[in-house]
Design a protein around this ligand. Structure first.
Ligand SMILES: Nc1ncnc2c1ncn2[C@@H]1O[C@H](COP(=O)(O)OP(=O)(O)OP(=O)(O)O)[C@@H](O)[C@H]1O
Ligand SMILES: [Mg+2]
Length: 308
């Protein structure tokens, strides 16, 4: 199977270090899948959302809203997701209202470790099971804009914990179905997003080994975001980084200092790519560092063309 080929998957989990471009990649992937005719839902995890800016629409709240042709989004609120889940499980609005209106019941739910994470992860998974009145799937693909590294891992650990500790029942049944989907590489793909820099690379490699070795989840794609187009050959880089940094006094010296600075960044970029490709059996997809506002709709359209 072409592992980077995402359009046959039902569920994509986009994760990576904070601020590396996860939401940007979600938007770009969603747009390019929609361009291929897929109906796509982006699920945000209670985010200070910037997705609406990327599509030039009104803010995304906890109701599903359409952002573009065949692209929808929801910003999941864990309390609300829990209530909705309660409603589905209890199958009675009044009984559920009673349950959730009761402060002790609410406190109990809130107190269970991982309940908020499961409320959001479970809700995102549940959207893969939603049907239209004609019986077709409401969404072909659900993209989870997962929390950054550690929190993302904690969230993905929850279904397994439920399977380990919760007795048979509805909660366990749904967790089982969701977990089976997440572990199936034909149905689910984890998309790792990183920057070609030292710390994000280290964090990405740690995240990848936890996903692969501990959780046995299928990593299908590595997106290296904010790539600089190399201006220098390896020999030129070595020459520029080999001379001591200069204190520029003339325009020519300023140009040399800028070239040195750029050469250092290109060197770090090349070293980071080497570490990533040596440790992960994936051909990375590259997104360029845009010099315009990357959260503007035309920038997202450009990144969507490149992310495929
Ligand atoms: N390829 C790019 N070129 C230039 N700027 C980019 C690029 N990708 C993302 N950005 C910018 O970097 C910032 C962070 O991007 P984004 O919000 O997608 O990251 P994130 O990983 O979702 O962050 P968080 O962890 O806070 O959710 C944004 O301002 C975004 O517009
Ligand atoms: Mg984000």
């Amino acid at each position: 199977m072409d592992r980077a080929h995402l359009e046959t998957r039902r569920f994509l989990i986009v994760t990576g270090k904070g601020g590396v471009g996860k939401t940007t990649v979600c938007a770009a992937e969603a747009l390019q899948l929609a361009n291929k005719g897929k109906r796509v839902l982006i699920s945000l995890c209670n985010a200070k959302e910037r997705l609406s800016k990327m599509f030039g629409t009104k803010p995304v709240g906890s109701d599903v809203v359409q952002l573009a042709e065949r692209v929808w989004a929801v910003n999941m609120d864990p309390e609300r997701a829990l209530e909705e889940y309660g409603e589905m499980v209890v199958r009675s609005r009044s009984l559920n209202a009673l349950l959730f209106a009761n402060k002790y019941a609410r406190a109990l739910f809130r107190g269970v470790p991982g309940m908020h994470e499961w409320a959001m992860l479970g809700k995102a998974w549940w959207h893969t099971t939603e049907k239209l009145p004609n019986g077709e799937d409401r969404f072909d693909v659900v993209i989870l804009d997962a929390p950054a590294t550690g929190h993302g891992l904690d969230m993905l650990r929850v279904p397994k914990v439920i399977l380990d500790v919760v007795p048979p029942g509805l909660l366990r049944r749904d967790a089982e179905r969701a977990w089976a989907l997440f572990r199936d590489e034909k149905e689910c793909a984890i998309v790792l997003v990183t920057l070609p820099e030292e710390m994000p690379t280290t964090e990405t490699l740690e995240l990848a080994s936890a996903l692969r070795d501990e959780l046995k989840l299928p990593i299908a794609k590595l997106v290296v975001n904010c790539m600089l187009p190399p201006l220098f050959s390896p020999a030129e880089r070595a020459a520029l980084t080999g001379i001591p940094p200069i204190e520029p006094r003339t325009a020519a010296e300023s140009a040399l200092a800028a070239a040195q600075h750029r050469a250092v960044r290109e060197k770090v970029q090349a070293e980071s790519l080497k570490r990533l490709t040596e440790s992960l059996p994936l051909a990375p997809s590259f997104l360029p560092l845009l010099l315009c506002d990357a959260a503007a709709p035309n920038a997202i359209a450009e990144l969507a063309r490149r992310v495929a």
